[in-house]
Design a binder for this molecule. Structure first.
Ligand code: AMP
Length: 217
């Protein structure tokens, strides 16, 4: 079962995708993570997208469609793929439909995680992750039990994303409303859209997504 998690930055797509990976053995395909990995490893493409990402703008359709194509044709995912942060434009949505058809697959459902903008600023500017194991934290909502030490792996190497600041968030939100929110209508018209309340607690959102997946099982 292949699904899309759709929502603005900070809606909780990455957090919920990781829960689905753990609970259902699905494979998370996050174009944001792929682009950050390309930057860290210093590839030509990584260098090209760095400034665009830091400014909060979208990188070209060509680049992200290429990344997804590479994964779809090389990764086995018996539990299905979770598309997280992709598609973000109508051209990407069309390309995803074509790519899935080419590998004999389809899209089971699109889950929109609905949140209001005021909550996003706090979620985004307060969030950070453990650089060793990837566990997510938040300044007020989820600090580690012992300050400076990761609950999960005991590491102390925490990281904040360069684009998780208020200026960049404004541009990312604008990009979401201009380029990505039309996908809500696009998938509604295809009969694929389901909506969950992204402002509920992490476990409540996970339960709502579980319910949405049962509708299409
Ligand atoms: P994310 O981790 O999903 O918030 O993505 C971080 C940044 O990577 C975005 O602000 C964009 O600059 C870029 N990015 C990630 N996914 C896409 C996409 N599907 N299309 C265009 N740009 C993307």
């Amino acid at each position: 079962m292949n699904i899309i998690l759709l929502g603005p930055p900070g809606a909780g797509k990455g957090t919920q995708a990781k829960k689905l990976v753990d609970s259902r053995g699905m494979v998370q395909l996050s174009t944001g993570d792929m682009l950050r990995a390309a930057r860290t490893s210093g590839t030509e493409m990584g260098k090209k997208v760095a400034a665009i990402m830091d400014a909060g703008q979208l990188v070209t359709d060509e680049i992200v469609i290429g990344l997804i194509e590479e994964q779809l044709t090389s990764t086995r995912a018996p539990g299905g793929f979770i598309f997280d942060g992709f598609p973000r434009t109508l051209a990407q949505a069309d390309a995803l439909g074509e790519l899935l058809a080419r590998v004999g697959q389809n899209l089971a459902t699109v889950i929109e995680m609905r949140v209001d903008d005021a909550a996003l600023v706090d979620r985004i500017t307060g969030r950070y992750t453990c650089g060793d194991c990837g566990e997510g934290y938040h300044d007020t909502a989820k600090p580690p039990a012992k300050a400076g030490i990761c609950d999960n792996c005991g590491g102390g190497n925490f990281k904040r994303r360069a684009d998780d600041n208020e200026d960049s968030l404004k541009i990312r939100l604008m990009a979401y409303y201009k380029e990505t929110s039309p996908l809500i209508g696009y998938y509604y018209a295809k009969g694929l859209l389901q909506v969950v309340d992204g402002l509920a607690s992490m476990d409540e959102v996970a339960a709502a997504i579980g319910g949405a997946l049962e509708n299409v099982d």
